[in-house]
Write a protein that binds this ligand. Structure first.
Ligand code: AMP
Length: 394
C-alpha cells in the first residue's frame, strides 16, 4: 500500500507538491480551471497542517523560447490565489538563487509556485527525460514530496518520478481517489463488467482491448474501431476509418474472444464527414464502396441498451461515432442516456469521452470521471504507472 498525504507529519515541513495544472490557456486566459480546483483539497490540507507548500506543475509543451511566454504558470498562480483566498507567491524560475531564497524565507502556511517544470526541457529535455541531477536539485528544496498529478502518473519525469526517488513521498488526495476508484473497477468490480471502447484508432487501444477481454464479461467495440475488425472479417468497409496495422490483431482477438467482443450490427453511413452529408442506415455487411461509417444504428443502440442495463460495472472510454457532428452523434447520445439511468458503477475516462458526456448532459452521480486520459488508459491496460510505483510504501 502506498503512503498518502495524511501519513506524513507536515507541520513546519517544506512539502513539494506536484500538481497537474495543465489547463487549457490562450493568451494568458485560462479557459477551464477544473484542474486547478481539483488540486485544492491537498493544498488546503497542507496549509491547515502548517506546512510550507511548494507547488510544481507542467503546462503545455515547451519546444522553443517562444513557448515560454505562452505557457508560464503565472496566471495559474493568480487563479489559485483567488480560489484559495490566499497569496500563492509565483517564482518565475525553475531553479537558482531566487527559488532558494524564496523557499528559505517561507513561514508555515506560505504557498509558493515555481515556474513551469517543462521550461527545463529547453536544457536538453531534463524534465521529460527524468534527469537525475535536476531531480536531485528539486528534491533538495523540500523535506517531503506529494504527487497529486494523476494526469502525468504514466510518465517518468523529473518532477514526479525523479523527485520521489530522493524524498519520502506520498499520494495526494486526487491521485489516491483516482487510483483507488480505477483499481476497484479493474480488480474488484461487481459482475457483469462491461467495457465500452470507442474512438478512432485500434492501435491506440490494443493494450486496453487485450486486458479488457481478460477481465470483462462483455467488451463493446464502437466508434471508428469496428471497421478494422470488419475488414479483418472480410466485409467491405467502403471509405470508413481503418487501422491497417491492426488488422491481424483484430482477426486474432476476435477469433479467440468472439463470445465477449460485441461489434455493431448496423450503422449510419455517410458520403463525407460533414453535417450536410446524406446518411443512411445499413447493416454491417452492406456498406457501399464510397460510404463512411460514422455512427451506430438503431439495432446496435438497442443491443448496447440490453448489455448496459444488465451490467453491474461499466467502464467507458471513447465515443460511439463522430459525435462532434450532431447528425452523427445519436449513438453516443443514447449511450449517455442509458448510463444516466443504470444503477451500475461507472468509470469514464478519455478527453473525448468527457467532452461527449458534457455535451449530452451526463448526470449519473454513481460515476467516477477520471481526470487523466493517458494515465487511466494505462491503468486499463493493466500497466503499473511509474509515478505511482515510486511512491513510498506504508
Ligand atoms: P479517441 O481519441 O481515440 O478516443 O477518438 C475520439 C475520436 O474518434 C472522436 O474525435 C470521434 O470523432 C472519432 N470517431 C468516432 N467514431 C468514428 C468513426 N466512425 N469514424 C471516424 N472517427 C470516429
Amino acid at each position: 500500500m502506498k503512503k498518502n498525504a495524511t501519513d506524513f507529519k507536515v507541520k513546519n515541513q517544506k512539502v513539494i507538491i506536484r500538481c497537474d495544472l495543465n489547463v487549457p490557456i490562450k493568451n494568458g486566459i485560462i479557459e477551464d480551471d477544473t484542474r486547478i480546483k481539483k488540486s485544492l483539497d491537498t493544498i488546503e490540507y497542507l496549509i491547515n497542517g502548517n506546512a510550507k507548500v511548494i507547488i510544481l506543475s507542467h503546462l503545455g509543451r515547451i519546444k522553443d523560447e517562444n513557448d515560454k511566454s505562452l505557457y508560464s504558470l503565472k496566471p495559474i498562480a493568480k487563479r489559485m490565489s483567488e480560489l484559495l483566498y490566499k497569496e500563492v507567491k509565483f517564482i518565475p524560475f525553475t531553479k537558482g538563487v531566487e527559488v532558494e531564497d524564496a523557499i528559505n524565507n517561507m513561514k508555515p502556511q506560505d504557498v509558493i509556485m515555481l515556474e513551469n517544470t517543462r521550461f527545463e526541457d529547453l536544457n536538453g529535455n531534463l524534465e521529460s527525460k527524468n534527469d537525475m541531477e535536476l531531480s536531485k536539485y528539486w528534491a533538495s528544496l523540500g523535506d517531503l514530496f506529494i504527487n497529486d498529478a494523476f494526469g502525468t502518473l504514466h510518465r517518468s519525469h523529473a518532477s514526479n518520478v525523479g523527485i520521489a526517488t530522493f524524498l519520502p513521498s506520498a499520494m495526494g488526495f486526487l491521485v489516491k481517489e483516482e487510483v483507488e476508484k480505477i483499481s476497484e473497477c479493474l480488480t474488484n468490480s461487481k459482475k457483469p463488467l462491461v467495457v465500452i471502447l470507442g474512438g478512432a484508432k485500434v492501435s491506440d487501444k490494443i493494450g486496453v482491448i487485450k486486458n479488457a477481454v481478460e477481465i470483462a464479461d462483455k467488451v463493446i467495440i464502437t466508434g471508428g474501431m469496428p471497421y478494422t475488425f470488419f475488414k479483418s472479417l472480410g466485409y467491405n468497409v467502403g471509405l470508413s476509418i481503418v487501422d491497417n496495422d491492426s488488422i491481424d490483431f483484430c482477426k486474432e482477438i476476435y477469433k479467440k474472444y468472439r463470445d465477449k467482443i460485441v461489434l455493431p450490427i448496423d450503422l449510419i453511413v455517410a458520403q463525407s464527414i460533414s453535417e450536410y452529408s446524406q446518411t443512411r442506415l445499413t447493416n454491417r455487411e452492406n456498406i457501399g464502396d464510397k460510404e463512411i461509417g460514422v455512427d451506430i444504428g438503431t439495432a446496435t443502440i438497442n443491443l448496447y441498451k440490453s448489455i448496459v442495463m444488465t451490467a453491474a460495472t461499466i467502464i467507458w472510454n471513447g465515443p460511439c461515432g463522430v459525435f462532434e457532428i450532431s447528425k452523427f452523434s445519436n449513438g453516443t447520445r443514447k449511450l449517455v442516456e442509458f448510463l444516466n439511468i443504470t444503477s451500475a458503477k461507472i468509470l469514464i475516462g478519455g478527453g473525448d469521452t468527457i467532452s461527449a458526456i458534457n455535451k449530452f448532459e451526463f448526470k449519473n452521480t454513481n460515476a467516477h470521471i477520471s481526470t487523466g486520459g493517458g494515465a487511466s488508459l494505462e491503468m486499463l491496460e493493466g500497466k503499473e504507472l511509474p509515478g505511482l510505483k515510486v511512491i513510498s510504501d506504508k
